[in-house]
Design a protein around this ligand. Structure first.
Ligand SMILES: COc1cc(/C=C/C(=O)SCCNC(=O)CCNC(=O)[C@H](O)C(C)(C)COP(=O)(O)OP(=O)(O)OC[C@H]2O[C@@H](n3cnc4c(N)ncnc43)[C@H](O)[C@@H]2OP(=O)(O)O)ccc1O
Length: 451
């Protein structure tokens, strides 16, 4: 791919004074992925009808949106016992301008490749955490007049729902529209920095997600698996392939006829089985599947509209490869469905209480990007499949039209997978999966042949 030249980098601060001070974070902010998550938006050359200056439009609206979302302009600060808090100090976010000699058509299918790295603002985690911006954006202009906008947002501050809330309000302000949903900033609603209310009766703990996920039989840790070379594939399932899989799952004795399996349960069950087959596990191999749940509507009472933070919880479905493969698809889907149903208000509160009582949170933090060998690992023999099916992913219009392609940035950790709706809105879905190179071809074969 043609080289990309970084032209300018600047710090954007809120356009008005914002609240300054210590901002306690919730337990869910401080566990799981605490590094940045990149996403990329590609735009055709802005049409003549767009009168403004692209860079100035982006920068001005960014500084205005930061007034409402001022935590994004702050910095993290480590606390004792593997905890951290936010310092709301309005130090700002980073905005980078770059140029490419290439054309957008050089990207064949926009599958994340190592070249994507140059389109994304990089974060150096070797720098002290207090110096790292929580939001970075890079605008790259291509020779053909097309643009890419990549944003890289700290998962320690927000989950997918809140990240997309922030970005879409940024775009609204850029278009000259008012804010649609004022962010709800107070994380005390999730007991950030505060004790939980007492439980009415002694809580029953059944949280498998805090256990170490299984290792490959014969290995005493996951060190070797973490070192294996990985590759990403974007695999499309058409509407008819989805329907075929769903009727297969719903036709099984494990299906609940009153409800049927959802797309997520069906596809995730299928992916889990295919991964076990492709990895060539022995039948007794234990395997865990990580499921990310948005708790906003599951909490009692539900979290306020616009809750801005991390409100997701990871839960686990567990089985053995032999059980998953020898049983029909409905079996895998039913394990996923049960793990999700298990998440009641009490379950979530017990989980938060458990984290509050931990001596150190480091072992629950996924510091992949730091090359750490600690933190949960959902690579072989496990898998993590996050749904982006209902995230408002598409249609980011800053005034020169919607993007023609949006996608996740690079992710190169074995087992990390996402399922997202196809941008064409034709009822198909895309699985973005990262597996070991040694397993990917067999996985693809099963993924399509076992439908
Ligand atoms: C930091 O910067 C970032 C971050 C990110 C991204 C970060 C993340 O990945 S955080 C995690 C994002 N994902 C979630 O939060 C998961 C949300 N989904 C759930 O919690 C789901 O409930 C589930 C646990 C995955 C289970 O899903 P499902 O089996 O589909 O069951 P239901 O949710 O009950 O749905 C049933 C049925 O209803 C449809 N539906 C539900 N909600 C909606 C909706 N809002 N709109 C339309 N339809 C909805 C659902 O699709 C189901 O129907 P099907 O036909 O699909 O069966 C990124 C970028 C950054 O910068």
């Amino acid at each position: 791919m043609a080289p990309i030249t970084l032209r300018k980098s600047c710090t954007i601060v809120p356009t008005e004074p914002t609240w300054i001070g210590r901002f306690p974070l919730a337990e869910w902010d401080q566990v799981g992925t605490i590094t940045h998550i990149p996403t990329l938006y590609f735009y055709d050359k802005p049409s003549e009808s767009f009168q403004g200056n692209v860079v100035e439009t982006l920068k001005n609206s960014l500084s205005r949106v930061l007034v409402h979302f001022y935590p994004m302009a702050g910095r993290l600060r480590w606390l004792p016992r593997g905890r951290f808090e936010l310092n709301c100090n309005a130090e700002g976010v980073e905005f980078i301008e770059a140029e490419s000699e290439g054309k957008l058509s050089d990207f064949k299918d926009f599958s994340p490749t190592p070249e994507f790295e140059n389109l994304m603002p990089q974060v150096n985690y070797k720098n002290p955490i207090e110096t790292i911006p929580l939001f970075l954006a890079q605008l790259t202009r291509f020779k053909c007049g097309g643009l890419s906008l990549s944003v890289n947002i700290s998962h320690a501050i927000v989950d997918g729902q809140s990240a997309l809330h922030f970005i879409s309000e940024w775009a609204r302000l850029a278009r000259g529209e008012p804010l649609e949903t004022v962010p709800f900033l107070d994380r005390k609603i999730l007991w950030a920095g505060e004790p939980l209310p007492p439980f009415a009766s002694p809580p029953k703990f059944g949280h498998k997600e805090f256990d170490q996920p299984p290792f490959l039989i014969g290995e005493k840790d996951n060190v070797e698996e973490r070192k294996k070379k990985t590759i990403v594939a974007m695999l499309k399932l058409s509407k008819s392939q989805l329907e075929k899989l769903r009727s297969k799952a719903n036709g099984s004795k494990y299906a609940d006829p009153s409800r049927g399996f959802t797309r997520y349960e069906t596809v995730t069950g299928h992916v889990w089985r295919c991964a076990c087959k492709a990895r060539g596990h022995s039948p007794e191999q234990p395997t865990a599947l990580g499921i990310c749940i948005d708790t906003r509507s599951r909490m009692q009472p539900p979290l306020p509209r616009g809750y801005f933070g991390n409100a997701t919880l990871d839960v686990v479905a567990a089985s053995t490869s032999g059980e998953l493969i020898s049983n029909e698809l409905g079996f895998a889907a039913s394990l996923i469905s049960k793990a999700i149903k298990n998440v009641t208000n009490e379950y979530m509160m017990i989980g938060i209480e458990y984290l509050k009582n931990q001596e150190d949170l480091k072992k629950f933090q996924d510091l992949h990007a730091l090359g750490s060998t600690e933190g949960p690992f959902y690579g072989n023999p496990n898998l993590g499949l996050v749904s982006w099916l209902t995230l408002p992913m598409y249609g980011l219009d800053f005034g020169w039209g919607k993007e023609f392609y949006t996608g996740p940035g690079t992710h190169d950790f074995d087992g990390d997978s996402l399922i997202l709706p196809d941008q064409n809105e034709d009822g198909s879905v895309i699985l973005a999966t990262c597996l070991q190179v040694a397993h990917m071809e067999a996985f693809k074969k099963h993924f399509y042949e076992d439908i």
